[in-house]
Ligand binder design. Sequence first.
Ligand SMILES: CC(C)(COP(=O)(O)OP(=O)(O)OC[C@H]1O[C@@H](n2cnc3c(N)ncnc32)[C@H](O)[C@@H]1OP(=O)(O)O)[C@@H](O)C(=O)NCCC(=O)NCCS
Length: 357
Amino acid sequence: MSSIQFVSVAELSVTDPRLTFITVARRQMRLPYLDIDWSQEPDASLRKWLMNTSTHTHQHYHWLVSKDNIPVGWLHLRTNNITDRHILSADIYIDPDYRRQGLARQTLRFGLNWLADHDLLTDITRFHVDVSSAGSPPALREHLLNLGFEITYTNRQSGAKIQRYDLDEIKQKAQRLQDSAESKGYHFQMIENGNLDQLFCSADDFFKMRQTTWNLMPTEDAGSEEEIYDNAMNEEWYKSIHDGDMAVMIVSYDQEDHPVGLSEAWFSVDNPYILSQYDTGVISEHWGNQLGITMKTLLLNHLLQNYPQMSKVQYWNTGNAGSNEHMIRINNVLQYQELYNQYCMEVDLDQMVQYLG
Ligand SMILES: CC(C)(COP(=O)(O)OP(=O)(O)OC[C@H]1O[C@@H](n2cnc3c(N)ncnc32)[C@H](O)[C@@H]1OP(=O)(O)O)[C@@H](O)C(=O)NCCC(=O)NCCS
């Protein structure tokens, strides 16, 4: 008879070859639209992420699922969400050759029982998953809706093909936008790798601005993101840089050096083909001055002119709320194409437990 084993990743060494199954799965789940041979790329920071169970904002639990000692799946449960302690989030992946045999259901049942046995479900009332229109089976969303899940938020992932940009055109456009913003009294600063000592303002003022812009985003999903920014959060966010990742942030200031907006690009050593863009935001008093598009264009121009890593990048990728019309308009100007949607889906935990049986 075949048997299923669940091995806690915390019990494996960071170099355990079995972890390759999870790092490959994770890439496939996140970036299903690229025809890339990930096996040739290092996965050091993904492995480090798998081992980093206790973070400032969450507690993470990872298991490798094996059948007859062959790795076939991965389960990631996340509790202790700093802003929403009642939410349990799950990522689950089953190898395509082993699907529709009840493995996902069995794995989730195991994970929830494990949390209950360790008294970790006491504060939890909601169960959350992200279902991708590209990485998940198309009928799965329908199945979850039938089970009583609701879509709480749709994250639209867009990407711009870097090769499509004409360097001179971007350079000129960046200059025009910068001149126009400067004529309105704004100025900009590039910050590398979260080095906040360089800021023209205090770190506290910067965090306040970052938190304000984050909370202005439409119905952001507290289940997968945080609304609190402070020094501990900042340090954690940049920890992976020690594994070779690199971040470049642009900050906008008004005439008195008050920070009014930011945008950030992230190079990951595990994924040199995608340049991720995060957290573009402007505080509302300064909306309507083209700061969003100016920051994104200046950042892109800065990276294209100065970073050799850009030669390998294929997509400049970003995620927005599907309802975020302003940001989507900016993305259209910058020639982003819609790639896939990520549906954040939630159900009452009791209902999930009952379904799993
Ligand atoms: C989603 C996934 C984990 C399902 O794994 P699985 O082992 O095939 O799932 P199970 O056999 O345990 O099925 C569990 C239930 O989901 C349903 N289901 C599974 N795959 C489905 C599909 N493609 N379409 C519709 N329903 C599906 C099953 O019918 C079953 O329902 P039932 O309990 O009412 O009989 C797997 O397809 C996968 O890894 N996909 C890629 C990653 C992903 O999308 N993860 C989910 C978001 S975190």
